[in-house]
Write a protein that binds this ligand. Sequence first.
Ligand SMILES: [Zn+2]
Ligand SMILES: [Zn+2]
Length: 264
Amino acid sequence: MADILVSISDLRIFSYGTTIGCGLLLWMLEGLKPFFSPQKNRSVHAKLNLSMAGLNLLILLPSGMLMAFMLEWSRSVWPGIGILALPPFAEAMVIILLIDLWMYAWHRLNHETALLWKFHSIHHSDATLDVTTSWRFHYIEILFSELLRFPLFMLIGAGIEHLLLYSLLMTPVIEFHHSNISIPPAMDRLARLIIPSPMMHRLHHSRQRSEHDSNYGSMLSLWDRLFGSFLLSNNLEGLRLGLDNESDPGRQRFSALFMRPFRP
Ligand SMILES: [Zn+2]
Ligand SMILES: [Zn+2]
């Protein structure tokens, strides 16, 4: 068990290092070549989103440790797709694909269920999209997500190493598609063959419901293409980000966002 904890903590440190490193790089690039400009109060905006991320870490750290023990136990009882005896690399790829499919379904459920939207709308209420928006989630959404994905992971036989590997691959993609960097259209076209690109995710943050109920993918754009939620517009001029009636500074304070889903 000690060995498992050491390798898990190595992977976790590597995963956090990648998240912070990519985040800082994109933050710098946003300053040099922003897509939406002018950018006002970048650091005030970042401080709010980072405060929400800090709170979420308090949930993610203990739940990650608990998940590591529980998944290790569960695989000793039920191997999941381990029953197919695939080579380790192929098994890891299948598990990562299934986790990403779950993330797509979970995100879509957050848009299509009134109760879940109350929490997920906090992510969408950000009227200034940048890399820090990728860390802005209500803590109850994180809690629900942690609890609901656990039975699925047990069913498919995912180990904590698969989860960390997925997080290592997915987090830079999420940071990239939220980022406010201007990239050549050809690069965006190339990116969206595999991942949800910045142009795709900007539409996902549109105020118009017909636009924000689209492009749910986290790591792969495949699921949106497969399940009919892929949406594209090459002209994002006039795109209004955020949600109606949510841009008021009083509604964008940490305490207001913290309590919003519980208020009528
Ligand atoms: Zn969403
Ligand atoms: Zn988003």
